[in-house]
Structure formats: C-alpha cells, structure tokens
Design a protein around this ligand. Structure first.
Ligand SMILES: Cc1cc2nc3c(=O)[nH]c(=O)nc-3n(C[C@H](O)[C@H](O)[C@H](O)COP(=O)(O)OP(=O)(O)OC[C@H]3O[C@@H](n4cnc5c(N)ncnc54)[C@H](O)[C@@H]3O)c2cc1C
Length: 354
C-alpha cells in the first residue's frame, strides 16, 4: 500500500502527545501532517490529573528536550517538584529532596492550562491540520492511538484541596499491588491515584486504603471525581517501519513506573525523521530509547519481586543519599550487566530490533 503520496500530506492516527509530536516535527520538516483524533477535542480523553515529566531517564534538560521534539517548553504550564514524601509500612514518612526537580508536573486535559491543549495550541500555530471527532483512516502512516493491551491499571480521583502544594508516594501492596500510589496537590487541585498490576485472587481497594492511610496522618481527602485507565507492559514486535507505531501504541514507555510522555514524544520525532528519509537520525534516537526501555523492563521484573519491606528499604536508601536524582538516572543506564540480563530474558519477551 502506498502510504506516502506526492502531496507530502501525512495522515496521523491519534492526537495524544505522540501524535502531536510527530505532527509538529513533520511540519517543521516540510510535510503537511493531518491529525485524526476520534475525540471531539485534543485532551478530551485525559482525566484532568497531574502527571510528571520525569527528569532522570533522559539526560537532556527539559528545555532542550522540548526543543528537540518541536515544542517550546516556555509555553507549557509546568510545576517543578524537587521534594516529595515516601510512605511505607516500615519507616516513618521519608522526605526525599533534590537540587534539581524530580518532575515537571503537568495537568492532562483539554483546558487552557492543560498540557495536551498547550501542545495542540503550538501545533495550531504551525497551521497543522486536525480532523477532530474523526476516526483515523486505515491508510494512516503513523499510528499513535495509545495502548490496546492492559497489563497494569490506574485508578484515581481528582479533587479540590485547600492544602499547600505537596507530593506523596505510597509504596506497599495494600496501596498498589506491584506498583505505587501517589497524591499530588498543586494550586488547590489534587490527584490521588494508584497504579497497580491486576491480580484476580486479591481484591484490594487501593484507593480506600490510601484514603484511610492519609486520614490517619491528618490529610483528609473529601471525595473527588473518579477516573481509571490502563497500560501495557509488553514490549512490541517488529521493525520501525510504515505504518509507524509510536507512543503507547508502539510500547514507548518506561516499564518500571509507566512514564510515557517523553518516550512518546521521542518516538513521534523518530517517525517524522524516518518519513523525511532521515532514517539514520531516527534509528539513533530509537536505539537510545530502546536501551532505556529494556533497562526499565529489567527493573520492573526486579521491582515486582520486592516485598513491602524491600520496597521500603529501597526508598530509605534513596532518602539517605546526597543526590537521589543521580541514583534514579543510574538505574536506567545501559551497561554490560544489563546487556547480559537482557540477553537472558529477551527471548521470553517481544523486542523491537534496532
Ligand atoms: C492515569 C495515568 C497517569 C500517568 N502518569 C504518567 C506520568 O506521571 N508521567 C508520564 O510520563 N507518563 C504517565 N502516564 C503515561 C502517559 O500518559 C502516556 O504514556 C502518554 O500520554 C501516551 O501518549 P500517546 O499519544 O501514545 O497515547 P494517548 O495519550 O492514549 O493518545 C492516543 C490518542 O489517540 C486517539 N485515538 C485512539 N484510537 C483512535 C482512532 N482509531 N482514530 C483516531 N484517534 C484515535 C485517542 O482518543 C487519544 O487521544 C500516565 C498514564 C495514565 C493513564
């Protein structure tokens, strides 16, 4: 099938962060991307929750990263987070802080100050064409329609809060089986969520357990608006070729904690470069991202084996080092040890060979 035609018009299925990143990069490379989004607005299918642009998996500063993927970071509303508190069964709450931010929090959704809408605005400023409320045609060159498989789940609530800005991480299977839960309060808007692996035998009400716990330490949470979502942790098959599968459709995410925004954006850029016959540059980007994905996958296998005490000990260790951000970064380094680990496990999982 001929996906690319002379007009340089490129169809993109899905207007999430991956699709928007591919679109803006294609436009800058001289193409005419058309983004097909089945919802009637960009960001409509997001939940108004806070999500973090992590600051340790990629070494580039946030500013240069956004510049690389075609966006102006200064036009994005973010909330840098340099400290947070970890709660475990074993230790008293652990305060973890860093000179540089751990995260730049963004609010996901369709409103003015929301990340998705602000990326959309930058695309519109570039005169990118959007077909909103329209399912993508079958001959789309780029597939950025998000995850299909579900291996992990996120349930949460968004609510208003009069408390000061604060971020909490809860570790322990009662809060999130093989995962983690978090409470983020910024500017009077709060997200409490639990990201967990499903287990048919255990019926744990993570959110209730989180609420009870927070109440016990004096943080009262009145009911909020519930949301739920899912994610996949399986590595996809195949080469990077037309139609390009990017973002969560292509499995571009951190398998340890589910950070997917920056990887989605890079995969969008890689698809644009490939279409513009800059295959070498695209493959260099993907090769770097794939190493991070593989390490994160190895880390997840380890993480899932940890019991509550081991999880707490890990958090305690991070709380007591001078530079916790660099410890987190080093956990994503592709080194000989991880290469050997990967060689042992990769036959059991799908991989993208680049
Ligand atoms: C609750 C939650 C919390 C998260 N927290 C973080 C975090 O803190 N940090 C982080 O980095 N990542 C986080 N992630 C992951 C991150 O949000 C995703 O990895 C990222 O947004 C994926 O972007 P995407 O563009 O690939 O997919 P999506 O955002 O899913 O976008 C896909 C788009 O395609 C559209 N679509 C689907 N099918 C069609 C079709 N047939 N035709 C047209 N359009 C279609 C959908 O409507 C949607 O708009 C979180 C995810 C969730 C659910």
């Amino acid at each position: 099938m001929n996906y690319l035609h002379n007009s340089k018009s490129i169809k993109i299925a899905g207007g999430g962060v991956a699709g928007l990143s591919a679109a803006i990069s294609l436009k800058k490379l001289g193409y005419n991307p058309i983004v097909f989004e089945k919802c009637s607005a960009i960001g409509e299918n997001r939940h108004g929750d806070y999500e973090g642009l992590e600051n340790w998996i990629f070494s580039t500063s946030m500013n240069s990263f956004f510049n690389q993927v075609g966006f102006d970071f200064n036009k994005i509303t973010t909330f840098p987070i340099s400290k947070f508190t970890v709660h475990t069964k074993t230790f008293s709450p652990l305060n973890i802080s860093s000179k540089k931010p751990f995260f730049y929090m963004v609010k996901r959704g369709r409103n003015n100050q929301d990340f998705d809408n602000q990326l959309f605005d930058q695309c519109k400023d570039m005169n990118i064409q959007f077909e909103l409320g329209t399912k993508a045609p079958k001959d789309s060159s780029i597939i950025a329609t998000g995850t299909k498989k579900a291996a992990a789940y996120i349930r949460g609530i968004n609510f208003k809060s009069s408390l000061n800005d604060q971020v909490h991480l809860l570790l322990g299977h009662q809060f999130a089986l093989k995962g983690y839960a978090y409470l983020i309060i910024i500017n009077g808007h709060a997200t409490l969520a639990s990201a967990f692996k499903k287990n048919k035998r255990k019926n744990i009400d993570n959110i209730q357990n989180c609420l009870k716990y927070f109440q016990s330490i004096g943080i009262d949470i009145v009911d909020g608006k519930e949301f739920g979502s899912r994610g996949s942790f399986s590595l996809p098959f195949g080469n990077f070729k037309l139609p390009y599968l990017i973002g969560e459709s292509g499995g571009y995410q951190d398998y340890l904690f589910g950070f997917g925004m920056r990887m989605s954006m890079i995969s969008g850029l890689a698809a644009a470069l490939s279409i513009a016959s800059k295959k070498k540059e695209a493959l260099a980007l993907l090769s770097d991202v794939n190493k991070k994905r593989r390490v994160s996958f190895i880390n997840r296998l380890f993480y899932e084996r940890l019991n509550n005490y081991q999880l707490a000990s890990f958090a305690n260790k991070i709380a007591n080092v001078d530079n916790p951000l660099s410890v987190l970064s080093s956990a994503y380094k592709w080194d000989i040890k991880n290469l050997v680990r990967w060689k042992k496990i990769n036959k059991n999982y799908e991989i993208r060979p680049t």
